[in-house]
Design a protein around this ligand. Structure first.
Ligand SMILES: [Zn+2]
Length: 191
């Protein structure tokens, strides 16, 4: 990776998700950080521990501090991971195109809220924007409306519900992973 001379800086779409952190225009998938899932067990244990301590007791204070520490460690792990991903993307691409997510609105949907917060899209986008600017690359946000329904090859609207993971276009015959197709649509929207 380091030391490679890039002769041409490519453009990519970046489709963020919950199962995977992101999918790029060339089909590369960026996984969610694994250690965080493991840490959830620790959180549950610490929460249980806390709930068993008597209110107002010193032990309860200690248990609360332990839980806070675990949360902090998880946040650091997640941010560290997102930093690395942002650096990698900015190193690899001259132009990164992502959706203009209304994260605040999405957080109002409680079902989605935890996953979105865990995935750290907001933090990733902040990092991308900051890192891209500092090295003269571009991080562009485009309106994502309908990007998952549009065919990246012919532009036709191909309706599919959330459970359909594959984009199959009856007009041009394109068959592509749903997120991969969406990333390509985002990329096109920036041009
Ligand atoms: Zn098509």
């Amino acid at each position: 990776m380091p030391g490679t001379i890039l002769t041409e800086l490519e453009k990519t779409g970046l489709d963020v998700g919950i199962e995977k952190l992101a999918t790029l225009s060339d089909g590369e998938q960026i996984p969610n950080p694994k250690p965080i899932q493991k840490s959830e067990k620790k959180v549950k244990r610490a929460q249980r521990d806390l709930s068993r301590k008597k209110k107002g007791s010193k032990n309860r204070d200690k248990a609360r501090q332990r839980l806070a520490k675990i949360h902090e460690r998880i946040r650091h792990q997640r941010q560290d991971y997102l930093h690395k991903i942002a650096s990698y993307l900015v190193w690899k691409y001259g132009k990164i195109v992502a959706e203009d997510l209304q994260i605040q609105n999405m957080l109002k949907n409680h079902h989605l809220a935890k996953s979105i917060a865990d995935a750290g899209w907001g933090y990733l986008f902040t990092m991308l924007s900051y890192k891209a600017e500092s090295v003269g690359r571009e991080f562009i946000r485009v309106i994502a409306h309908g990007s998952s329904q549009e065919c990246s090859q012919c532009g036709a609207i191909v309706k599919k519900d959330l459970a359909e993971r594959v984009h199959r276009c009856p007009h041009c015959g394109l068959v592509l992973d749903r997120d991969h197709n969406a990333a390509k649509v985002l990329e096109k929207r920036a041009s």
